[in-house]
Design a protein around this ligand. Sequence first.
Ligand SMILES: O=C(O)CCC(=O)C(=O)O
Length: 201
Amino acid sequence: MQRKLWEDEGTLDLHDASITIHREYFPASKADTYLQELRKIRWKQKKIVVFGKKHLEPRETAWYGDGGISYTYSGVTHTARPWIPVLAEMREDIMNTIHASFNSVLLNRYRDGQDGVAWHADDELELGDHPIIGSVSLGQTRCFQIRRKQTPKEVVSLNLHHGDLVVMSGNTQKFWEHQVPKTKQKVAERINLTFRKIHYG
Ligand SMILES: O=C(O)CCC(=O)C(=O)O
């Protein structure tokens, strides 16, 4: 297994992927406010179906977006709740910076090191061919890992900190996967938001 650790900011030099990191995109005071607000939303731990068996997801989630949007992964359909001011503000800010358009956001809450998300790509049909995903980290620093589907033993790790923004675009979801591994270290809560554009109809 070959591992690399990326701590800088900017665009990662990767084959067939476009991933850019904006460190402290939201400065600490703003990120603190967002974290406090988002702690208060209604979080749900959903059941997912893996190889025909039902499990509880190892994290809590929430899904917000424009009216009528729904999104299915791992056998679970998420129906969007209407935008709330904090999410609308974050969305507007990021859309203006990266010149992309988002109509929804998936939130993940990792309560501690026992929560994580396994290797996957955000390559559902509803996201289109070359999805642009704006991913914000709030709270505890956690390790975000990426690997090319063809070379799964070469893993690149990024520590994502409070206020960081990662933008994935181009062919990233087609050729690469990502995960947030569980950890035995004592870690506090982290909230992640992935702003997305769902194509439907
Ligand atoms: O928590 C993260 O940084 C990643 C979340 C993720 O992989 C997803 O929502 O698809």
